[in-house]
Design a protein around this ligand. Structure first.
Ligand code: NCD
Ligand code: ZN
Length: 354
């Protein structure tokens, strides 16, 4: 490994292919962070009332645009929340949003296994119930984004992702060979290996926090709820496999922060919410992870090219410049009536987006 001591890094303006911006006051509190960092972001549809129709997605997209601070060029890309009984005609309507001048673009559907994570009660109970919708997606060219965890109570929490590959993803991939699938926020060696071997239509997003931390972070010196997210952080061997995948130049791995804001008091709770808030310094955190293994020269493709290419969208114009500069992350942000405590609160970061 060569030590890269450059003082700054300029890359094409990147995209975030997986982010939660919520709605209402919370949306207003966080969307500026994402819009300052990224040209586009794929907005997750797990609102308290899930975004299951194109009409809802476009109304949500308009609320997002209205909440972006003036002067920032930012496009929210929308995903629908896949349910057991999604009407396949909705897929055709979704594809039509990709024609010019039709409002927010709906480019994908998100599969949440029922009960897997925040606001997933309306999620899919049995993949076979979605096969009509998946056929329509394959035909219309919409992507399937998967939260890749089984929820069976007999499966160890730390094995949920690896078991999902065998029980759900391999059969799904076989039954829909023409469907573009993104395995979201992968956390294991098994997932990285699966994607490496799965051919050109299977990709994965990787978060900054899964590149920077292993599961020790959740328990160091006491239980630390701000490191709790789903899928949960794994062992160091898995973190290393994710770093290897992200920095490997394989175009089927790309940036998705899974920045997932919750009020601090609901994370610091007897039954704390899952989700890490990273949007305020996402690129800085990715730069730190790439820099740590001497792979800064691989960051641009991971952050700015691979995702756009996989989605079949043009790469962004414009650029983002990171400086090697120490600064202290805020302790918290206003979040409606509550506070939002970010990952790295009060800690020093080594890169700063200009
Ligand atoms: C996400 C959230 O809070 O919406 N939480 C998380 O821990 N990642 C949901 C998700 O992406 O699983
Ligand atoms: Zn997420």
């Amino acid at each position: 490994m060569t030590t890269d001591t450059r003082a700054s890094l300029t890359i094409t303006r990147p995209d975030d292919w997986h982010v939660h911006v919520r709605d209402g006051q919370a949306l207003h509190a966080v969307v500026g962070h994402t819009a300052a960092q990224f040209g586009r972001a794929l907005i997750m549809p797990n609102l308290r009332t899930p975004v299951t129709t194109v009409a809802q997605a476009q109304a949500y997209g308009a609320r997002i645009r209205a909440a972006v601070p003036a002067g920032l060029a930012f496009e929210p890309l929308m995903a629908l929340y896949l349910t057991d009984n999604l009407d396949p005609s909705e897929i055709h309507r979704a594809r039509k949003t990709q024609d010019a001048g039709t409002g927010a673009r709906v480019v994908a559907l998100k599969l949440y296994p029922a009960g897997a994570t925040t606001n997933s009660d309306a999620g899919v109970t049995d993949l076979r119930k979605t096969y009509k919708a998946l056929e329509a997606m394959q035909r219309e060219g919409l992507l399937l984004l998967v939260h890749g965890e089984v929820t069976s109570p007999e499966v160890d929490l730390f094995d949920r992702e690896a078991v999902f590959i065998d029980r759900q993803l391999i059969p799904l991939r076989r039954d829909f060979p023409g469907l573009r699938i993104v395995f979201e926020h992968i956390t294991t060696r098994e997932a990285a290996q699966y994607v490496n071997e799965a051919g050109p239509l299977t990709a994965a997003t990787i978060t900054a926090h899964h590149l920077l931390y292993n599961r020790n972070a959740i328990f160091s010196g006491g239980i630390r709820p701000h490191y709790y997210c789903l899928p949960v952080l794994k062992r160091e061997a898995h973190r290393l496999a994710l770093v290897q995948a992200a920095t490997s130049a394989n175009p089927r791995f790309f940036l998705g922060t899974d920045s997932a804001p919750h009020p601090a008091h609901l994370k610091e709770h007897a039954s704390g919410c899952a989700g890490c808030y990273t949007a305020f310094a996402a690129l800085e955190m990715y730069a730190e992870a790439f820099d740590a293994v001497g792979a800064l020269n691989r960051l641009e493709a991971f952050a700015s090219f691979h995702g756009a290419d996989f989605y079949g969208l043009p790469r962004n114009q414009g650029s983002a410049c990171l400086q090697r500069q120490a600064w202290v992350a805020p302790e918290s942000f206003a979040f409606g009536e509550a506070r939002l405590k970010p990952l790295r609160a009060g800690e020093t970061l080594g890169w700063k987006l200009q």
